[in-house]
Design a protein around this ligand. Structure first.
Ligand SMILES: *Cc1c(COP(=O)(O)O)cnc(C)c1O
Length: 422
């Protein structure tokens, strides 16, 4: 094992060697340290430019923007889908920007539940982001099934991670029809082995869906063995609060009737014939519902310019390097008080790091008072996201230094858990 050089000079030297160092200039981050990009990525000049362009088009061309915008608004969801496809290792026709993540879970889970004969059994995990479970349960209830009877929940044995072996065992032991799992767990940052799970799902004839909200834009994907996927664009893709989400549908499912049908998913060539019968598009575009929300979609175009220019492989490499550096500094300087709850293996982690402490909530409040933005996730996680496009090694070094100052002085004890100074 190499020993860590924990000096500030070394942090600066690492930045000098960083090929993505220049990208930070294109983002607006407030003074202080912004380490929360897995909740909301910051605004970039690129996202501002494409949003501004659509506003101009609206001002100058009005309704003609649907056909004369550059690119035309009418196919903007498909256009963004083409740009997103390389990030998920899919064909352009298999990806569309549409709806919100939660709505996409509803329509895709609903769509595939409708293809299952008899009573469906659905596998989810016990650490999932709440909205995913709410939506799956609601889709089961709407079809007259009791979610408590129809769900197989794979629990965590350590409160942090899900064992892929437990998922595979659950597929073997239960007659599962469909699974929905996260790529990266929102709390611990564990990256699941999608390939392993997708292969096991295929072996058992199980429809396999993934929620990529915490990995799109920071982890490269190859979804060829996955049936469907959803994600949001406002975390590592930096497309803005509530930005349009994305979905992937494997081409073998083209032609399946979407559960939430709407005119925007109609075959494009005849959409404006306004027929009373619905003909879904022969692409993932069929899972669009209503009119593409141009103002929440336009920033994604510019944000994708940055991601594409940096390259997803370089982004992933820097993300792994930064998070490794963060964990090594925590081990080196804070080992007695804090525990890293994120798996150490490169293949088992996404972009963020869970730093655990019994007083995590007060510590996050004390960090906020020093203009350091991270998340508290109950019960004990300080969630830190060194997003590779705009976080430097020096930022990581300063974060750990601030954290140790707080821990050593006990300053966080001044804050009650709501963040108020007591
Ligand atoms: C952020 C996130 C969502 C967000 O869903 P919205 O519909 O955009 O509110 C959903 N699932 C996961 C796993 C997330 O991390």
């Amino acid at each position: 094992m190499t020993t860590l050089d924990a000096t500030r000079e070394e942090a600066i030297a690492r930045d000098e060697r960083d090929p993505l160092d220049g990208f930070a200039e294109r983002f607006h981050t407030a003074d202080g340290l912004y380490l929360d990009g897995n909740s909301l990525g910051p605004l970039s000049t690129d996202a501002e430019r494409t949003l501004q362009r659509v506003i101009e088009e609206w001002r100058e061309e009005g309704i003609h923007g649907w056909t004369d915008g550059e690119p035309p608004w009418f196919r903007y969801g498909e256009h963004l889908g083409d740009r997103l496809a390389p990030l998920v290792g899919a064909d352009e026709t298999e990806v569309v920007a549409a709806n919100s993540t939660t709505v996409n879970i509803h329509t895709l889970v609903g769509t595939f539940l409708d293809t299952i004969d008899g009573r469906p059994t659905v596998l989810i995990d016990g650490l999932n982001f709440p909205t995913d479970g709410y939506a799956v349960r609601a889709q089961l209830r709407q079809r007259g099934f009791d979610p408590d009877d129809r769900l197989v929940v794979v629990e965590s044995s350590d409160g942090r991670t899900i064992d892929e072996g437990d998922v595979v065992a659950a597929l073997e032991e239960n007659d599962v029809d469909l699974l929905l799992l996260p790529s990266v767990l929102y709390r611990s940052g564990q990256l699941l082995d999608i390939e392993c799970i997708a292969t096991a799902a295929a072996d058992h004839g199980v429809l396999c869906g993934f929620d990529l909200a915490h990995s799109i834009g920071v982890v490269p994907h190859d979804l060829s063995d996955v049936d469907f996927a959803v994600w949001c664009s406002y975390k590592y893709l930096n497309a803005g609060p509530g930005a349009i989400a994305g979905c992937y549908v494997n081409e073998r499912h083209f032609g399946t009737q979407p559960a939430l049908a709407g005119w925007w998913g109609h075959e494009k060539a005849t959409q404006f014939e306004m027929r009373s019968t619905y003909t879904p598009a022969e692409t993932a575009g069929a899972w669009q519902i209503g009119t593409v929300p141009m103002l929440s979609a336009a920033p994604l175009e510019g944000a994708l310019d940055i991601t594409t220019e940096a390259g997803i492989d370089a982004i992933r490499e820097k993300s792994l390097t930064l998070s490794e550096y963060l964990m090594a500094l925590v081990d080196d300087r804070l080992d007695d008080e804090f525990t890293v709850g994120t798996p150490r293996e490169r293949s088992q982690r996404g972009g963020h790091v869970a730093v655990e402490h019994p007083a995590a909530e007060r510590i996050v409040a004390a960090l906020a008072a020093r203009d350091v933005v991270v998340d508290f996730r109950p019960p004990n996680v300080v969630r830190v996201c060194p997003a590779p496009l705009y976080t430097s090694h020096l930022d990581v070094w300063e974060f750990v230094t601030t954290l140790s100052t707080i821990a050593e002085s006990g300053d966080h004890e001044r804050f009650d858990p709501s963040g108020e100074v007591t």
